[in-house]
Design a protein around this ligand. Structure first.
Ligand code: NDP
Ligand code: 8X3
Length: 252
């Protein structure tokens, strides 16, 4: 029987690459994000391969999250795989100069949004005695770097929640694991630097960053293991990266 996956943050980057790979592997998908037009384009692209349903919501809006997931058409209501991917960094400033709205966005999206989506889906996984949740953390979930303060805190929370979900859900037959990428070239830095593309591009210059497809491959690897195997925690960096702050850049 075909599986169904719900992917948050499917309108861009890692989430979109994952949607494409899942579709190519015959997994029906529910694609989520705020930018509905992007989701519609993706639906059009992938619906020749699998069934694709759109849920356009802001993960901060808990009423919309719960309503959207509760009102999924019957065909999509049994979610086998949840990819908690929606998230971003907003700003990069010392703690004393941080923008409170940026802090709230990161905590509300990366932490509370992930909780809302998970809470809406976990009961049906428990009822099915099966399910697989992949939480997208970051190297920022494992270490803290200068000016990364609240983004790192939000991703450390994702790391903690990943462990907590596994502890609380494994006896229901639900697999929970996190994938923690290092530097991946997506719209991430454009969002972090509020549309300053020049600044964003510099983040990925002088070395070979990961691509969203690299991460999608790893996500698919994790979800395609036999049912008794759970990839619990995995860190992946570009070859040229050793830590959040140590990157072998060759700039001319
Ligand atoms: P992108 O900016 O390319 O994608 C972010 C996705 O998250 C978009 O689809 C966006 O959709 C969605 N999103 C953001 N805010 C909201 C919101 N309030 N409600 C619903 N959806 C939202 O970045 P990435 O693909 O790189 O990021 C995906 C995940 O990977 C994030 O959790 C990020 O922290 C993590 N990550 C990224 C790394 C990198 O170097 N790029 C490294 C480590 C982790 P929309 O705007 O349409 O709502
Ligand atoms: C994204 C990677 O290094 O900007 O999580 O934190 S980093």
């Amino acid at each position: 029987m075909r599986k169904t996956a719900l992917i948050t943050g499917a309108s861009s980057g890692i989430g979109r690459a994952t949607a494409r790979l899942f579709a190519s592997q015959g997994i029906d998908i529910i694609i989520c994000g705020r930018r509905k037009e992007r989701l519609q384009e993706l639906q059009q692209e992938l619906s020749t391969q699998v069934d694709v349903h759109i849920l356009a919501f802001d993960v901060r809006d808990k009423a919309m999250v719960f309503k959207g997931i509760a009102s999924l058409p019957e065909q999509f209501s049994n979610i086998d795989i949840l990819i908690n991917n929606a998230g971003n960094a907003h700003g990069l400033s010392p703690i004393d100069q941080g923008d409170v709205e940026d802090w709230e966005a990161m905590i509300d999206i990366n932490v509370k949004g992930l909780l809302y989506v998970s809470k809406a889906i976990i009961p049906s996984m428990i009822a099915n005695k099966a399910g697989h949740i992949i939480n997208i953390g970051s190297t920022a979930a494992k270490e803290v770097y200068p000016n990364g303060n609240v983004y790192c805190a939000s991703k450390h929370a994702v790391d903690a929640l990943n462990q907590a979900m596994r502890i609380d859900l494994h006896h229901h037959g639900i697999r929970v694991g996190a994938i923690h990428p290092g530097l991946v070239e997506t719209e991430f830095s454009e969002v972090r630097f509020k549309g300053d593309t020049e600044k964003a591009e510099k983040v990925y210059q002088g070395y070979t960053p990961l691509t969203p497809e690299d991460i999608a491959d790893i996500i698919y690897f994790a979800v395609s293991r036999p049912a008794h195997v759970n990839i619990a925690d995995l860190i992946v960096m570009p070859r040229d990266q050793a830590s959040s702050t140590i990157v072998n850049k060759k700039l001319s």
